[in-house]
Design a protein around this ligand. Structure first.
Ligand code: NAD
Ligand code: MG
Length: 419
């Protein structure tokens, strides 16, 4: 993989500013929330709702939930709202009738929402669809709280380089990366030995491989600790989410795959740890509630009052840790393979996984077939000689589209094959 273009977060030129080198924030901060109707959007707006004198909402976006989006737009008096589906514009206009809230539909409207002049943008559209809107915020030098990990998995080098070029600030909103971000500030790059991201292990942590193979959608959606959107919940059950997060950490902090470890921690209290040269390990802890990392990003460089439960370790009693099982959870192994392969392989990993998860939700493949489809697509991609550096968002999107096609082509044989 190419990390040369990506500056380590400790570098003064990096897009991920490690130390609080900014003046404390006062006055009203204008914010936009991309993916406002989702789980991260909801947590973000919950924090904003609690401090109405501190924030003004510029733009909100959604995908299909027009009524929900219009309700939020009115509640927060947003200046602009965008919906992804161009066919829903009339419906959105009708829902906003009698207000002076501007609106648009389709990809260009999502990009317009991101490009509008908010100081702070939450990038929380799910999937590769979030890439172009997040780039629109990056390109105007905004402070971008990045929840959408697919931006980095699909186009990491490119995304981070664009952020540096535009003088944008990327604040990691994913809980593990936010934890690393907080812990990394304890030392310098040359003192770092490794980072460790924790994983709950998901609902199948203790299951035998044969049972994981046959797991149902309802079982996959029962996350033990976190309440999240459907796609990421299924990715947590397959540990593909942790795979995506290993890749995300690599691009965000300019780390090699060997510097990133995964540790299974079923209680989800310790979110990330950093080990330094003196063997000090610095960790961030908190309740498993996304409002904690989001509050860190929303207040940055200050700390704002939290909305999640405070941590009561005495009542939790025990924190336990296990090594990850790369055999029962092959999705995690494949993420390291993709990262080492580089040249678009992580884009293929993500695209094939999105196709596989959609097929699993639709009842077309078994749970165990998700990782098989990802592996076969990655192998097919390499065999076809398709690996090449990604120089632009369009390159990344082209790879994403072709990899989806390849995955869709391989789907029937994967569906037909028993494990
Ligand atoms: P979600 O499914 O609850 O919400 C996704 C949001 O994106 C919704 O507003 C939806 O309307 C919008 N959206 C979906 N498809 C779209 C499309 N094609 N075009 C435009 N908008 C679209 O998902 P979530 O759990 O809130 O996750 C959002 C992102 O944050 C994902 O990338 C996820 O990996 C990441 N993330 C989520 C969590 C979590 O706890 N939920 C934690 C860390 C990272
Ligand atoms: Mg996470």
């Amino acid at each position: 993989m190419v990390l040369a273009a990506v500056l380590w977060c400790g570098d003064p030129m990096s897009a991920v500013p490690l130390k609080n080198d900014q003046p404390a924030h006062d006055g009203v901060r204008s914010v936009s929330v991309l993916g406002a109707t989702g789980s991260i959007g909801d947590s973000t707006l919950d924090l904003i709702r609690a401090a109405p004198d501190k924030y003004r909402v510029e733009a909100l976006t959604g995908n299909a939930n027009i009524a929900g989006l219009a309700k939020l737009a009115k509640e927060f008096n947003a200046r602009f709202v965008a919906v992804a589906d161009p066919a829903r514009l009339g419906e959105l206009r009708a829902a906003l009738a009698g207000t002076d809230i501007g609106c648009g539909a389709g990809e260009s409207a999502l990009i317009e929402a991101a490009a509008r002049p908010a100081d702070w943008v939450m990038a929380a559209i799910s999937g590769a669809a979030g890439l172009k809107p997040a780039l629109a915020a990056v390109d105007r030098g905004a402070t971008v709280a990045l929840a959408n990990k697919e931006c980095l998995v699909c186009a990491g080098d490119f995304f981070m380089s664009r952020a540096v070029a535009a003088n944008a600030r990327i604040l990691p909103a994913d809980s593990e990366h936010n934890a690393l971000y907080q812990a990394l500030a304890s030392g310098n790059r040359h003192e770092l030995l490794r980072v460790i991201i924790t994983a709950s292990g998901g609902p199948f942590r203790t299951w035998a491989a044969e049972d994981i193979e046959q797991a149902t959608l309802a079982q996959a959606l029962k996350h033990p600790n976190w309440s999240m959107g459907q796609k990421i919940t299924i990715d947590s059950a397959s540990m593909m989410n942790k795979g995506l997060e290993v890749i995300e950490a690599s691009y965000l902090f300019a780390l090699s795959p060997d510097e990133i470890d995964v540790l299974v921690h079923p209680q989800s209290i310790v979110h990330g740890l950093v080990e330094f040269a003196d063997h000090s390990v610095v960790a961030q802890l908190g309740a498993p509630d996304m409002r904690i990392p989001i509050a860190h990003c929303l207040g940055w460089p200050d700390r704002i009052p939290g909305r999640a439960a405070r941590l009561d370790l005495a009542s939790i009693g025990q924190l336990t840790f296990e090594a990850p099982d790369f055999v029962r959870f092959p999705g995690l192994r494949l993420a390291y393979d993709a990262l080492r392969t580089g040249n678009g392989a992580t884009t293929v990993y993500n695209a094939a996984n999105e196709v596989a998860v959609a097929a699993f939700i639709a009842g077309k493949i078994r749970f165990g077939a998700i990782a098989r489809l990802v592996e076969d697509t990655m192998n097919g991609w390499v065999r076809a000689g398709n690996l090449a550096p990604l120089g632009s968002a369009d390159d990344a999107i082209a790879v994403d589209h072709s990899a989806r096609k390849m995955a869709a082509t391989l789907l029937p044989q994967i569906a037909a094959k028993a494990s």
